[in-house]
Ligand binder design. Structure first.
Ligand code: DP6
Length: 351
């Protein structure tokens, strides 16, 4: 390799998970989404990844020497990451010359229904972007490239590279693209959104996201769904810019329920919602009706309910949460909120 500015070092990033308000469900080619999506970056749910690297003169296949999650070797996840690294050498050729030892840990419990692939793959992509930055002696990391590499690892991970609200997927009006995510500015009413994650069931899900995306290929409602998501994307962005709670909430809940409707109408069909998921949805709607507090739900590909509400209503919402707790597995609720995005924790490089 020519003119390298470093030989080895350690980089570490803390990178968050995110929750989609307009859902990415259905993909093509190299992890390109069938419709644009809009997400909120979380604050407390994150992965911390430390990557020790050395740069080899010759390209090689085995890139990861050792991978540990919470101090324990995880050969299966190591294999997945290695496959990912081998698959990106066309867009990031330097990766073929890396030798890596990776230590990863999550701030949230395993199988709590929080997507660890978004935080883990974005953390890894950011570490790679920092390594490339050190190799070429650049001033800044290439954020677009970090988001693009994260996307190739897991679609939703590309949105975790930035804080607050994030757009991903081609749309001419909002000027977002398929290759990587970009940031989005909302009205100040959305400055301190809270996300109470109601854990209905922490069992690992029976159908992975990747398989779920694939099932959209022969879902009879797919085209209508992609069009609906494109419309929701613009409508939600408009509502969030103008501070329109009613439109925001209506789209948020419709997106969650349509995602699950797609699962239920895939062939073979699958149902991830549990009876308690539905009870919680009912109670959130009843509470909203009677108090007029803008509290809404969204749901990922699982049974757990993300309850979204403004920080200023925390006191009154705590009454509702107390009531909903009994519908959760072991009374479990994870409190999260909008976050500022990834943080570089360490960068030590030797020339
Ligand atoms: C329901 O990003 O996990 O959370 O690209 O196959 O890794 P892959 O899928 P993934 O899908 C996320 C699906 C979702 C909606 C969303 O986050 O937009």
């Amino acid at each position: 390799m020519m003119n390298l500015k470093c030989k080895n070092g350690i980089v570490s990033w803390q990178s968050p998970s995110n929750i989609a308000f307009v859902k990415y469900w259905g993909k093509r080619d190299r992890q390109y989404p069938m419709n644009p999506s809009l997400s909120m970056t979380l604050n407390n749910s994150h992965t911390t990844m430390e990557v020790e690297f050395s740069i080899l003169d010759k390209a090689q296949d085995t890139i990861i020497q050792n991978f540990q999650l919470e101090g324990i070797e995880k050969p299966k996840f190591q294999q997945r990451l290695e496959k990912f690294l081998q698959s990106i050498t066309d867009v990031a050729p330097f990766v073929a010359n890396l030798n890596l030892n990776i230590k990863s840990s999550n701030s949230f419990p395993h199988s709590a229904g929080i997507a660890s692939s978004a935080s883990a793959l974005s953390a890894l992509a950011l570490c790679l972007a920092s390594i490339e930055q050190a190799m070429i002696g650049a001033e800044e990391i290439d954020w677009q490239k970090a988001s693009l590499l994260a996307r190739l690892g897991s679609g939703s991970a590309c949105r975790s590279v930035y804080g607050n609200y994030v757009l991903w997927g081609k749309d001419d009006e909002l000027e977002s693209v398929d290759d990587y995510a970009v940031t989005f500015n909302a009205h100040e009413k959305f400055d301190d959104l809270q996300d109470a994650i109601l854990i209905v069931d922490s069992e690992p899900k029976k159908v992975s996201s990747s398989i779920g995306h694939g099932k959209m290929n022969n879902n009879p409602f797919a085209d209508a769904r992609f069009q609906q998501a494109k419309d929701h994307y613009r409508q939600l962005a408009k509502a969030m810019r103008s501070g329109d709670w009613d439109t925001f909430g209506e789209i948020l809940e419709l997106e969650a329920l349509t995602l699950h409707a797609m699962m239920m109408s895939s062939s073979p069909s699958f149902v991830l919602l549990k009876p308690n998921s539905l009870s919680i949805i009912e109670k959130i709607r009843e509470f909203r009706e009677s108090t007029k507090i803008p509290v809404y739900f969204t749901i990922d590909a699982g049974p757990n309910i993300h309850m979204i509400y403004p920080g200023k209503d925390k006191t009154q919402i705590s009454v509702l949460l107390e009531n909903l707790k009994t519908l959760c597995e072991n009374d479990r609720i994870i409190h999260d909120c909008i976050g500022k995005g990834p943080v570089l924790l360490k960068k030590e490089v030797n020339g």
